[in-house]
Design a protein around this ligand. Structure first.
Ligand code: GTP
Length: 314
């Protein structure tokens, strides 16, 4: 059988801060605190007996947890909550607070007991982990994005077909709208490389990518580097005539002026062969079939002498 003395010694010896308040009376006055509470808060027992617990909030009064504690006390319920408290010296700590009502023999709540734990290290570690997780998430989505972008030209690469193109495809399908694919290929590109060097070829590729991006700038357009000197433009909403007009605009834009490909002011004018297809995506046709049709049309443009647009239906 435990004696009262053992109970008292137990509460005085525990490492958690204990605080007992009256249930009735102005703001639940404190009637007991143990030495661990004095150590945790920096307040001496003699300074706080008879006071209410609000001094522990210090300047940290804007916490939603405070209203939750108040509601639990008013309803005579127990609560486990973590909030910021202030020590006597003004320093802040995270307090894991467990409050429970104490009832007398006839079930009336006479007191509340609060058990306090300084969990500052745990909370700060958790916050750091959450921050690290967020940065990792940001980094991951950047990497994912970078992964879909061709490093030379800044256009999407083929990996974007799975996501970006699928979104356009699904959207055109939903709205029963048209989707057009332009297969764009630089003419005699090998000759540019062979004559002016590979880096001059790279300048042309970057130039073409910029022209494509500046002309196909709608949100519903996607410019993708499909292969070495091949790009495709996927565009929703464009029917045959609009798609051909867009391709002709590209044709005249690249051949408008010679671009500087190397010092001292070496300039190259290049041309394009563009295959175009357009149609409504439906369950019996795939995006790959659109690309294949545009590719065939581009090949026909090459056969017919290059620097032209050829349309092929799907
Ligand atoms: N500079 C550069 N060249 C590339 C790159 N990728 C592919 N190429 C070159 O692109 C050239 C493609 O040549 P071909 O397929 O023969 O085509 P073409 O010379 O343009 O001839 P046509 O298409 O028939 O007009 C090859 O010389 C490749 O080495 C790249 O990233 N940079």
């Amino acid at each position: 059988m435990l004696t009262k003395d053992i109970y008292l010694k137990a509460t005085d010896s525990t490492r958690d801060g204990l605080i007992i308040t009256k249930a009735k009376g102005k703001e639940n006055p404190i009637v007991y605190v143990n030495p661990a509470f004095e150590l945790l808060s920096g307040f001496r027992k003699s300074e706080i007996l008879g006071k209410d617990c609000r001094f522990l909030q210090g300047t940290e009064i804007d916490q939603p947890q405070i209203a939750e504690i108040r509601a639990a006390i008013d309803n005579g319920e127990s609560i486990l909550i973590t909030l910021r408290n202030q020590r006597k010296d003004g320093s802040i700590f995270w307090n894991e607070l467990s409050i429970s009502p104490i009832k007398n023999d006839i079930g009336e709540i006479t007191h509340f007991i609060g058990i306090q734990k300084d969990v500052t290290e745990k909370v700060e570690l958790k916050n750091k982990l959450m921050e690290a997780n967020k940065s990792l998430g940001d980094l991951n989505s950047k990497l994912e994005q970078d992964n879909k972008i061709d490093s030379l030209t800044g256009a999407y690469n083929r990996k974007a077909i799975n996501h970006e193109v699928s979104i356009l495809w699904a959207s055109a399908k939903r709205s029963n709208g048209h989707i057009s694919v332009l297969f764009v290929d630089i003419d005699h590109f090998k000759a540019i490389n062979d004559t002016y060097g590979h880096s001059a070829g790279d300048v042309c590729l970057k130039h073409l990518s910029n022209v494509l991006k500046s002309i196909c700038e709608r949100e519903s357009d996607i410019v993708l580097r499909y292969g070495g000197e091949e790009f495709i433009v996927v565009s929703i909403g464009n029917k045959k005539d609009a798609a051909i007009a867009l391709a002709n605009k590209l044709l005249s834009s690249v051949s408008y002026e010679a671009i500087k490909v190397k010092e001292p002011d070496i300039r190259v004018k290049y041309t394009l062969s563009i295959g175009v297809t357009s149609g409504r995506p439906h369950s019996k046709v795939t995006f790959e079939e659109f690309v294949a049709a545009a590719d065939k049309a581009m090949y026909e443009a090459k056969m017919r002498g290059r620097n032209m647009v050829v349309f092929r239906g799907i």
